[in-house]
Design a protein. Structure first.
Length: 730
């Protein structure tokens, strides 16, 4: 029997393709084939076929589908392959007759050949492996089951990685001109793959098309900023600089290990290539002195033999991964092995960060080292990284009587592997974006943290605190470990924004020259508008520097100091981060926040209550939800404030002009009603909102507010209030 996953799901017998039955029969056979030679329980089949809403007759239906599949296979001359074995069924298949297994073996052989400097063998193996594909993996049944969809996504990702390897092999063979068209076509489908952009830029440059190579970089940057809100990585930026310099090294065929990954990783066997490379070539790392000191002290304790765990939380862009990366640089320089894995949004792939760290570890080991370092249960690790079986013979997971026992053995295998790896040298392990972790990943993490059978390791996990609702598996795990006895050694850090001094240091380091008075005022404004969020700070500063708005050549002639802008432009990437966070909230919360953005950077519950079209209880729930997402903070009794001016600006700017005008009018009416007894204390707010609403009373409030400003000797405020009032009147 031949099983094909690399395209529509197919089964072939001696007489050719087997005509499978209805969708449920096809799904059932695909689920069994994905775990060929393993027992798949009836409950797992039910979950795979119907998710969490199975029919009452699910068990009976599974039995019926199994019987029909057996008859179908028998009619095609395929007998005794689908056997009943408690607590479910087992499909016997020769692994060499599964196209995905052959592809993964050849893709790995190609990658290894590329790493040892043999591009001819790499190209041959990769071409053969990619030739097995007939279309999108499991194209006809990936929508029928989450388990099938997850495997399809994994196979598609492996295919793209193999294509990237093939392009690198072609470049090393000097076929740069021939692959330009293929790379352009690939990037239409995969515009966010930086490695493909890297290959295209290099292929164009070696084809004497330098200007097009530089335009390719700008296209890559536009795609990344528009879709993800991030700048290209250090490897692409370094290649752009080398192209601008016409660096002679670019004309050479890549030496062993000198590819995309080599630009980002400091050592050939480092599994933290991109993480450490980002820390080495990313934006300035400033502030965070106590936080880095804590992480470093934990690392030192780990080196002394005591396993440590550091969980780093905070809002998006606050610097969680960067802090972990800086710690890993220190660990790497001290001779440690650094392992990195992350969770992807929306995928929900079980054990994803552990799979990535294990795969990176395996890729960085020789066969001899690998044989010594997988612990007592290496066969179980094949469940996580199937290609491990191609490196070591006779590795198969042990079939157990029930899934819970199988899962426990898998967890123990991971612990054993980490312990064996740490025996060779201390390990720094980063598990990134755990707020997107699937529940099985969190359960495995809990098991690893609680296990006392490995040491000389620092485990760092990062997560967005704003996304950990009460029933989130990670929130429950953190709370459980915190109160458990005996408690494992675990520290938690909740990162906040950089202080004003750190933001000033960031701006100075990024610009490469002293700030002067205008630069310091600019840094203070950036700190005030961003709350010190490093991502927002970086976006604003990068935009200013890229636009040429400041620099030594623009120094004031009298002061000889570089001049900086007084008004901030908020780049789209920064706004998009806020709007993506808001989009995850309920409709009521989004409506309340948008209305509050008109009210001001700070707003009162009583005023907001008069404006929004929800009842008091719904308003409270919406504000609590927004506070949980770190969009607003409670700053006093029934007073709230946006966490960043960027958050308010992003929400305000997406309102139409007519909508803003009406809302400002409603805010003015609410202020008059709520503060009828202390109106004079709110004249500036009333003047502002009336002017923005073009209200009839705008001139009167402008005069009263300006008079109050004059009484306080605030002449500049008086002028601006009058100008706004005159504009409204005109």
């Amino acid at each position: 029997m031949q099983v094909s996953f690399l395209g529509p799901f197919e089964v072939d017998g001696a007489d050719g393709s087997v005509t499978l039955g209805g969708p449920k029969e096809r799904t059932l056979l695909a689920l069994l084939a994905l775990r060929a030679n393993e027992v798949v329980s009836t409950s797992q089949l039910i979950e795979g076929m119907w998710g969490d809403q199975p029919p009452v007759s699910a068990v009976k239906t599974v039995h019926g589908n199994v019987a029909r599949v057996r008859r179908t296979l028998a009619a095609a001359g395929i007998e005794d392959v689908l056997v009943t074995k408690e607590p479910g069924y087992l499909l016997r298949v020769d692994r060499e007759r599964i196209d995905a297994v052959r592809f993964e073996r050849q893709a790995r052989a190609g990658r290894l050949a590329l790493e040892r400097g043999d591009p001819e063998t790499a190209d041959r193996e990769l071409t053969a492996g990619l030739g097995l594909w007939r279309g999108q993996a499991l194209a006809d049944c990936r929508d029928a089951s989450e388990a099938i969809a997850a495997e399809a996504v994994r196979l598609d990702e492996l295919r793209t990685s193999a294509i990237e390897d093939q392009m690198e092999a072609q470049l090393a063979l000097g076929h740069h001109a021939a692959i330009v068209g293929e790379l352009e076509a690939l990037l239409v489908r995969e515009p966010l793959r930086e490695r493909l952009w890297h290959s295209l830029m290099l292929a164009l440059y070696r084809s004497r098309r330098q200007a097009e190579a530089l335009r390719a970089y700008q296209r890559a940057r536009a795609a990344l900023v528009e879709d993800l809100g991030v700048e290209p990585g250090p490897e692409l930026r370094e290649l752009e600089g080398a192209i601008l310099r016409s660096d002679p090294d670019l004309a050479l065929v890549a030496a062993p290990g000198r590819g995309f990954d080599a630009l980002a990783q400091p050592t050939p066997d480092s599994s933290s290539a991109r993480l450490v490379g980002w820390a080495s070539g990313g934006p300035a790392f400033v502030g965070r002195v106590p936080e880095l000191a804590l992480a470093t002290s934990l690392w030192e304790r780990a080196c002394e033999g005591e396993r440590q765990v550091l969980m780093i939380g905070g809002e998006p862009g606050i610097g969680k991964t960067r802090l972990a990366a800086e710690t890993c640089v220190i660990a790497r320089d001290a001779g440690a092995r650094v392992l990195y894995g992350r969770c992807d949004e929306g995928l929900g792939v079980p054990y994803q960060p552990f799979v990535e760290t294990l795969r990176a570890y395996i890729d960085g080991c020789s066969d001899a080292e690998l044989a010594r370092s997988l612990g007592r249960y290496p066969g179980e690790l094949v469940r996580l990284v199937p290609e491990l079986a191609t490196r070591m013979e006779h590795l198969d997971p042990t079939l157990q009587s029930d899934p819970a026992t199988e899962q426990y053995r898998l967890f123990e295998a991971v612990v054993e592997w980490l312990g064996a790896a740490a025996e060779q040298c201390p390990c720094a392990i980063v598990l990134d974006d755990l707020h997107w972790a699937a529940p099985p990943t969190v359960i495995l993490l809990r098991h690893v943290i609680r296990s006392g059978r490995f040491d000389r390791s620092l485990i760092m996990g990062t997560y967005r605190q704003s996304e950990l609702v009460d029933d989130h598996p990670l929130a429950e795990m953190l709370a459980d470990i915190h109160v458990s006895a005996p408690a494992p050694r675990m520290e938690r850090l909740e990162l906040s924004g950089l202080d004003a001094t750190a933001v000033e240091a960031f701006v100075q380091t990024a610009s490469g020259h002293s700030l002067g008075e205008t630069g310091r005022r600019f840094a203070q404004t950036v700190h005030r508008e961003t709350g010190g969020n490093p991502f927002f700070v970086g976006e604003i500063v990068h935009n200013v520097l890229e636009s040429g708005a400041t620099g030594p050549d623009l120094a004031d002639r009298e002061s000889s100091e570089p001049q900086w802008p007084t008004d901030l432009y908020i780049p789209p990437a920064a706004r998009d981060v806020v709007l993506r966070r808001v989009s995850r909230l309920t409709e009521d919360a989004q409506h309340v926040l948008t209305t509050a953005a008109v009210t001001g950077a700070e707003f009162e519950f009583a005023v907001l209550e008069q404006i929004v079209d929800v009842d008091r209880e719904a308003l409270l729930e919406a504000l609590e939800e927004a506070a949980g997402a770190r969009v607003v903070d409670e700053v006093g009794s029934d007073r709230f404030a946006f966490t960043h001016a960027i958050a308010r600006s992003a929400l305000y700017d997406r309102l139409s002009a007519s909508r803003r005008l009406r809302l400002h009018g409603r805010v003015a009416d609410a202020l008059e009603q709520v503060h009828a007894s202390d109106r004079d204390e709110h004249l500036s707010e009333l003047a502002f909102h009336c002017a923005e609403a073009n209200a009839p009373q705008a001139a009167r409030y402008a005069i009263e507010a300006a008079t109050g400003a004059l009484d306080r000797l605030a002449f500049e405020d008086a002028v601006s209030i009058c100008v706004r009032g005159l504009t409204a009147v005109e």
